[in-house]
Design a protein around this ligand. Structure first.
Ligand code: GCB
Length: 665
């Protein structure tokens, strides 16, 4: 018996020693290179799975560093298999003819970065899933510097690998994010691999179903940023909402061991001050100042310069106030009517998502020609360049997160994802004077869970930025439509026409927001549906609606500014029919709808502005009438190639006459 114990004890000892030796070998052993890489990869995958990016470095395009834009080898991976054994992340290649490889970046697809993948390869037009991107770059170690790997946006999930190791992940397709890579770069060649997955789940923001194309990829620039050890990471600067005779600023310093001196100057105003960071790394400033106000008439920007230690960074900042008073929106204390248009982030000319200044100029140039002083950048944050350009052009901006239609309102995770997207949008654009409205969503159907969710988002927005207005584009659901149809529209179809047709919005979200924004489609869906389902012909249903549209009044339960955030009709360029035919998708019908809608809105009380749907036709898999729509939503005032439809001139004339009446740009 004793002998048996001895044998067991000895066996256990040998086993223990062997495992210890193996462990030591695994950590520090002289592995064959390939095995070591695999172990390093596996270790990083275990350690960094789900690791979020570091806090955002502001104004990345103004920072020293280099853009990694260019042509990147890429692999389409519909089943998401490339991560097995780190094959794709490590760019494993066969070394001998006998090596079996079932993945390779070489001699296959390449994609331009920045750019969505859908517009670059016919196989990817409607693709949903994973694409692997690869980029190698040379790096020379700078001493005393920190390096960040910055992405303008990756849609929808990005998993980032540097030199065969997982760095971390980011969820949300429209905001910038960055990983600090100081100490992780090699001198010489570095390997960057990014897995981008545009497959969305029901709990994501947005959900898989949207009325726009699910553009995937590294849609915005990718950069390496170099900053000193201690640097100005972000700032907020603007007029004090409590006392607009003062400019207040907060500068956030990263990497400081203790208090740091920070100076802030606005040379054109002769202002300069030095402050010290507090325990959170924040230095605060306040100046008595009377800068020229930023407005659409006068989009004045001032250069603001911030310094700490070796770091100098500057921004172009406009100063203005925005507030509501009763049913008015006030800009710099004066009521302003928002002559707007809704815009999707598409460049036109078949170029997919906007990723250059030239493209942003094209799109915003059309809005400018339309006579706009306002753009609704729907339904998600557009590129930073677009917002900055709008600011230089004097266009006010509505910026939105993609809480679109029916997201998982009951889910805590979904709320967290939506809040993160809000925070990232606000963090990026909080110093843009042009942005006056943060929108927390679009057409969310009224339920209690949705109300809790949206209320939490509104509170979150105000906590992050108390200086702007909060809104959400409301869905005119059954509560508004049913009484309208049964009391006014159906009787009119039967020949009983009432003088005024109230359209009352009861949505409790109106109480939560600062500006009540309503999407309405009297000239398109509402009359179209009656004609389709009801006892009258579509032609008659449309005729009666159009002839009575001037009677419609949108009513709110609250004394708040009303913005008609969508209205419109579809038209295909080249599709003509006499106006009396009321032919869906004809250019004439769209123009008629605009005329009647504007006639109605001219009489609307408490109207603070409009942003019709939509500036340009845009790709949408929901639009399946193949010979007419061909997977495009055709409600644009211009076609994708910029051809103007007659409705463009209708809206422009109205805007120009309003501008004349109201004054201003
Ligand atoms: C809406 C949505 C927008 C759609 C539009 C349409 O109400 O907000 O995203 O594209 O209607 O064309 O139906």
């Amino acid at each position: 018996m004793r002998r048996l114990y001895e044998i067991i004890a000895f066996g256990a000892l040998v086993l223990g020693a062997a495992s210890l030796a193996l462990t030591v070998y695994l950590w520090v052993g002289d592995w064959p290179q390939r095995t070591k890489e695999l172990v390093d990869y596996q270790r990083s995958a275990a350690e960094n799975a789900g690791r979020p990016p570091e806090p955002l470095v502001s104004a990345a395009s103004t920072r020293a560093g280099e853009s990694l834009a260019g042509t990147w080898p890429a692999v389409i991976d519909p089943y998401g298999r490339g991560a097995i054994a780190g094959i794709a992340p490590r760019d494993v290649r066969p070394e001998t003819p006998s090596d079996l490889a079932e993945f390779s970046f070489d001699d296959g697809l390449t994609l331009e970065v920045p750019g969505d993948w859908n517009s670059q390869d016919p196989r990817l037009v409607f693709y949903t899933g994973t694409v692997w991107y690869k980029r190698t770059f040379e790096h020379r170690m700078g001493t005393g510097k920190r390096t960040y790997l910055w992405f303008g946006a990756a849609h929808y999930r990005a998993t980032v690998y540097l030199n065969g190791r997982l760095l971390g992940e980011h969820e949300g397709g429209f905001s910038p994010f960055n990983f600090e890579v100081t100490g992780r770069l090699r001198s010489g060649e570095n390997l960057l691999v990014v897995r981008v997955d545009n497959d969305k789940l029901d709990g994501d923001v947005p959900t898989p179903t949207t009325d726009w194309l699910n553009y995937g990829g590294l849609t915005r620039d990718v950069r390496l940023l170099q900053v000193p050890r201690v640097f100005v990471r972000t700032w907020r600067i603007g007029l004090d909402p409590e006392d607009p005779g003062r400019i207040v600023a907060e500068v956030v310093v990263d990497g400081a061991g203790g208090p740091e001196d920070v100076s802030l100057s606005i040379p054109e105003l002769g202002l300069e001050a030095t402050g010290r960071t507090n325990a959170e790394g924040i230095a605060r400033f306040a100046f008595d100042a009377g800068p020229e106000r930023w407005s659409p008439d006068h989009p004045r920007l001032y250069r603001v310069e911030m310094r700490t230690g070796e770091d100098v960074v500057s921004d172009q900042v406009g100063f203005r106030t925005v507030a509501v008073r009763g049913r008015e929106i006030l800009l710099n204390g004066e009521p302003i009517f928002l002559r707007g248009v809704s815009i999707h982030d598409e460049a036109g000319h078949g170029e997919g998502r906007v990723h250059s200044l030239v493209q942003a100029q094209r799109i915003l140039g059309w809005a400018r020609d339309l006579g706009c002083n306002f753009v609704r950048l729907s339904h998600y944050p557009h590129p930073e360049e677009t917002v900055r350009l709008a600011e230089r052009m004097g266009l006010l901006v509505w910026s939105e997160i993609p809480v679109y239609w029916n997201v998982a309102f009951e889910s805590e995770r979904t709320l967290a994802v939506a809040k993160q997207q809000l925070s990232e949008m606000i963090e990026r654009d909080r110093n843009r004077a042009a942005v006056i409205i943060w929108s927390i969503g679009n057409e969310t159907p009224e339920t209690e869970a949705r109300h809790r969710f949206m209320t939490a988002l509104a509170e979150h927005t105000r906590a992050e930025d108390p200086t702007r207005l909060v809104s959400a584009a409301l869905l005119t659901g059954q509560e508004a439509l049913l009484p309208f149809v049964t009391r006014y529209y159906l009787p009119a179809l039967a020949g009983i026409v009432r003088e005024v047709w109230p359209f009352r919005i009861h949505d409790p979200l109106v109480d939560v927001v600062d500006v009540a924004a309503v999407n309405e489609y009297f000239g398109w869906y509402y009359s179209g549906a009656i004609g389709f389902l009801g006892p009258v012909s579509s032609h008659r249903a449309r005729r009666v609606m159009l002839d009575n549209m001037h009677r419609i009044r949108i009513e709110l339960d609250a004394e708040k500014p009303l913005l008609v955030s969508e209205l419109g009709a579809g038209a295909r360029v080249g599709l003509h029919a006499p106006e009396e035919e009321l032919a869906a998708f004809s250019e004439e019908y769209q123009a008629l709808v605009y005329r009647r809608q504007l006639d109605m809105l001219e009489r609307q009380e408490g109207l603070a502005g409009i942003s019709p749907w939509v500036l340009k036709d845009f790709r949408s898999p929901m639009r399946m009438h193949q010979s007419v729509q061909g997977y495009w939503n055709l409600k644009g005032l211009v076609a994708d190639d910029g051809t103007r439809k007659p409705a463009f001139a209708v809206l422009r004339d109205w805007y120009l006459s309003r501008r004349e009446r109201e004054g201003g740009a």
